[in-house]
Every structure is written in C-alpha cells, then in structure tokens.
Design a protein around this ligand. Structure first.
Ligand code: NAP
Length: 281
C-alpha cells in the first residue's frame, strides 16, 4: 500500500514518487538547533476544513474515517521519526484513559513502522521522541501519563496556573514540569525557547487547533504539513486546524511541496502539501 506512488506537482516535475520515505527524506533533524529549534505540525483535513467531528456517541471528537487513511498515517509517522520531542495536549491523555484516543503516541509500535524505529537508532536518536503535554485545566489522569516509561515526559503550563496542583500532578506521574508564559495558558515562544534549552532541536506538534494557534501566535511554527482529502463532510460541530485568538498579523504560507495521491482515502484522492511559515516583521 505504501509503495503505490504519488505524483509530484511541486516542484513541478510530474514524477512518480514512492509514498514510503517521502517525508523521511525531509532532513528535519538538520534544520533546527538548540538556539532555534525547527517546529513543525501535520494535519489531515477535508476540503471543507474539518480535522475532527463528534464521535458517534458524541462523547468526544475524532478524525473522521472518511479522511483518515493509512497512507497519511505513514507520513505522520515519518515526521514523528524525525522529532526529538512531540507536543501534544491534555485531551490526548484524557482520551487515552478511556480508550478513545486515535492510537499510541508515535513512533508506532507495529511492524509497519519498524523501519522508522530502526532509522532513529541509526541516526543516533533516542528510541522514541520525548513528549510535552500542554494543559490549562490540569485535568489529566496520572495513569495515562505513566503509559510511556521509556520517554521523558513534561507537563507544560503557564506561570499563572496553579503551580502547587501542577507539582502534585507531575510528582505523582513521575514526569517533568515546564512553565512557559506569564499567564494561565502556555505561550508558544517561551515554550520553544525552553525546549531548546533542554537540548531539543526538532519539535513536532501533534495536538489540535488550540496548540497550533498557540504556536502561530508565538510565531514559532516553521512548517505545516497538510494532507487534504478530496471530500466534503459538512457538520455543525467540528474542529478545524487553527482555533483561538485571531492572528491579527496573518501568517503567510509558502508552498514547498505538493503531491497528488490517487490511492487514498479509499474511493477518493488527496493532495499532500507542505508549507513554510512566513511571519510579518
Ligand atoms: N485531522 C488531524 O490531522 C488532527 C490532528 C490533531 C488533532 N486532531 C483532532 O482534533 C481534535 C482536537 O485535538 P486536541 O484537543 O488535541 O487539540 P487542541 O485544541 O490543540 O488542545 C486541546 C487541549 O490542549 C490544552 N491546550 C491547548 N493549548 C494550550 C495552551 N496554550 N496552554 C495550555 N493548554 C493548552 C488544553 O488542555 P486542557 O483542556 O487540559 O486545559 C486544551 O483543552 C481531536 O479530536 C483530535 O483527534 C485531528
């Protein structure tokens, strides 16, 4: 399935390229430094901009099966293979506790991704990327945070949050605590600066729209990977990829790669795009 090709549209060669390895060769490890880590994110979206819809019982939001697909998932894992650390949300750990999460944090443990786990070791990276969890509410089940004993995990909060509560939570879970930003919420720029100080050079945000908005406001997202499945989903309750305060100084996206994938989602096709973020002075 991964070996079926995509067609390269940008740069406009029209060549067939194997999906397998398409993003692993992006060289993301070399783009950042501890002084200025390289920060990237990735979404699969419908043409009408939905990244998540309510689950059938409305208990949570999930990536709709009409757009989620194994070929995009492979690319998601290839991006994760190049990360020193993942940024995720408290929501992920709440869903993990109830079994409603999409999957284990990448890099996935299955045979499909054995090459990626091996690749990390060959590159001299840790076996798995570390993890930073953003939360305002501090409503995170301790047991869910203990599910990754072989990685360094951190809870990130704003300095205006309840420090004692956060300390109790991180102590109980045996994880680290980061403070980034002076208010209740985590702010993007101080978060990335702190992660650089901890030695991380490539940072992959795998959370949803509020975390992306935090990174865009802080002008620290360097690259957006976006797979657009050629489907329209509608719905009145949905997530799109950026939610939060208006970006009064809009971010410009410069396309750096575009591929047509005629083999997913099942019965449709998709565009696989990447964009460099340009921020106003
Ligand atoms: N289609 C795709 O490619 C894709 C990708 C990613 C996610 N999704 C979907 O999108 C939906 C939403 O994902 P999500 O809930 O992870 O996204 P999110 O909106 O980025 O994060 C939600 C939670 O993260 C914490 N948070 C976010 N920004 C924060 C900040 N600046 N400071 C402190 N805490 C902050 C808050 O936790 P507290 O509630 O604890 O305060 C918040 O409720 C999910 O259904 C997910 O499956 C889809």
């Amino acid at each position: 399935m991964y070996h079926l090709p995509v067609i390269q549209l940008l740069p406009p060669t029209g060549d067939s390229r194997e999906l397998h390895g398409l993003y692993l060769n992006e060289g993301l490890q070399q783009r950042g430094s501890t002084a200025r880590p390289f920060v990237y994110s990735n979404y699969v979206s419908s043409i009408d901009g939905r990244i998540a819809l309510p689950s059938p019982d409305h208990s949570t939001h999930q990536v709709p099966p009409a757009i989620g697909n194994t070929r995009d998932w492979r690319l998601f894992q290839e991006l994760a293979a190049q990360a020193d650390v993942l940024i995720t949300s408290a929501r992920y750990f709440r869903q993990a506790q109830t079994g409603e999460h999409q999957d284990q944090l990448p890099v996935g443990p299955t045979e499909d991704f054995a090459d990626l786990r091996e690749w990390r070791l060959q590159q001299g990276l840790s076996a798995q990327p570390d993890v930073v969890v953003l939360s305002n509410s501090l409503d995170i089940p301790v047991a869910a945070l203990q599910g990754y004993p072989n990685r360094n995990l951190y809870l990130a909060i704003g300095a205006g949050n309840d420090l004692e509560h956060a300390r109790n939570l991180t102590h109980a879970a045996g994880i680290g605590l980061l403070q980034a930003g002076s208010g209740m919420a985590v702010e993007g720029a101080p978060l990335i600066e702190e992660l650089g100080r901890l030695g991380y050079r490539s940072i992959y945000a795998i959370a949803g729209p509020a975390v992306l908005n935090t990174l865009l406001h802080g002008q620290v997202l360097d690259r957006l990977y976006l797979t657009q499945a050629h489907r329209l989903l509608g719905g009145m309750e949905f997530d799109t990829l950026n939610w939060g305060p208006v970006l009064t100084r809009p971010v410009t996206l410069e396309p750096v790669g575009l591929f047509l994938d005629n083999h997913a989602p099942q019965g449709a096709s998709q565009l696989i795009a990447s964009y460099d973020c340009r921020y106003p002075e």
